[in-house]
Design a protein around this ligand. Structure first.
Ligand SMILES: Cc1cc2nc3c(=O)[nH]c(=O)nc-3n(C[C@H](O)[C@H](O)[C@H](O)COP(=O)(O)O)c2cc1C
Length: 166
């Protein structure tokens, strides 16, 4: 199974990236870092066709499992990640063949907050979007980093999750 992690944090090497790196030690996964890309807000007039969104989603549809990794910002996914999800609507409107290619693929999600509290409903947008896109929702884990490094319980969660998606 070809796997890719799509990281959507406001800092490349922050806490979400620490979690992503640990996951990558367990699972062979490529990585796309959205904050390194130029992806604009969704535009009803399709005025942003020359940014990096379409080339990025075209790469992503080559994979069987797409793992979205986001920090928790105000009880929700990051703005970077939300913008990316908003843009996926273009794959249902103008670039339909890309949308068709998402069907049957697997989606999973990982959040990284500052404590163990998983906010109710946090993963609903991932789960529902997967359903809408005809993707299988593999599941999710909430992780956190309180100081500088993840606790043993977070390391265990990541290990179990990686076994599940292998
Ligand atoms: C704008 C902002 C909002 C945040 N909101 C929450 C929150 O609602 N719940 C939470 O647990 N942590 C919250 N945090 C803390 C981050 O989720 C946490 O520090 C996370 O590990 C940061 O990951 P990053 O380094 O990839 O950005 C917030 C941080 C920022 C910058």
């Amino acid at each position: 199974m070809r796997r890719i992690i799509v990281q959507g944090s406001s800092r490349n090497n922050g806490n979400t990236n620490k979690i992503v790196q640990i996951l990558q030690n367990h699972l062979e996964c490529d990585l796309i870092n959205l904050s390194e890309l130029d992806i604009h807000q969704y535009d009803y007039e399709n005025g942003n066709q020359n940014d990096d969104f379409m080339s990025t989603i075209k790469k992503i549809v080559e994979y069987d499992l797409i793992i979205f990794a986001t920090p928790v910002y105000w009880y929700a996914m990051s703005g970077t990640m939300k913008t990316f999800f908003d843009r996926i609507i273009e794959c249902l409107k103008t670039e339909k063949e890309i949308g068709y290619r998402l069907r049957g693929k697997n989606m999973a999600a990982i959040s990284c907050g500052s404590d163990s509290a998983e906010h109710e409903g946090f993963f609903i947008p991932f789960e529902k979007s997967a359903g809408y896109l005809g993707m299988n929702y593999f599941g999710h884990i909430h992780t956190w980093i309180e100081e500088n490094d993840p606790s043993n319980s977070v390391l265990e969660l990541i290990k179990d999750f990686s076994k599940k998606v292998k």
